[in-house]
Design a protein around this ligand. Structure first.
Ligand code: SF4
Ligand code: SF4
Length: 160
């Protein structure tokens, strides 16, 4: 892989507006939680309209935030995962941190607002787009780097 290939965007800075999850609970279905033996795309058994065990939720839930909440996705609440249909996070795959976009519902990545953002992002960074089937593709113009990144992501399996 070219050493010039940038990977995921860096963290929020002091100018990042404070954001709140509000009505969003996307990650409680999309993300696996090891302590709960919950797989990706499996709705958490503690999820009602919100977390029903919030005060005693596992550490994995406490320390994790999506990139929108961290202020690493530009835009307003229309880009919150439950509205946009994509949930972004940076994932460590081997020695690379890969910008990863999880579809919140089937077909969400094909919607115009999601497509627009994915197109903008891949001008700067490769994006691993994960579908609700847990299959993924790499979005990046350079075919050789795309194949290398796909191999890297496949080798470091998605949390299931
Ligand atoms: S996906 Fe992001 S905005 Fe939605 S509940 Fe999880 S951390 Fe909050
Ligand atoms: S325990 Fe609560 S915060 Fe963690 S995934 Fe389940 S509903 Fe979400």
């Amino acid at each position: 892989m070219s050493e010039k290939l940038d990977v995921a965007p860096q963290g929020a800075d002091a100018t990042t507006p404070k954001r709140e999850c509000g009505a969003c609970t996307a990650c409680c279905t999309v993300m696996g939680v090891a302590e709960l033996k919950k797989k990706n795309y499996q709705r958490c058994c503690y999820l009602t309209d919100r977390c029903s065990i919030y005060e005693s939720r596992p550490q994995g839930c406490r320390i994790w935030s999506c990139n929108w909440l961290l202020g690493m996705v530009e835009g307003d609440e229309r880009r919150r995962p439950d509205n946009l249909g994509l949930m972004f996070t940076n994932e460590l795959k081997g020695d690379k941190v890969i910008l990863t976009a999880y579809e919140v519902w089937d077909g969400a990545a094909q919607q115009p607002q999601a497509r627009y953002l994915l197109d903008k992002l891949q001008e700067k960074w490769p994006v691993c787009l994960v579908f609700t089937s847990n299959k993924f593709i790499i979005l990046w113009p350079n075919p050789e780097q795309r194949a290398q990144l796909a191999e890297l992501v496949a080798k470091h399996a998605l949390v299931e």
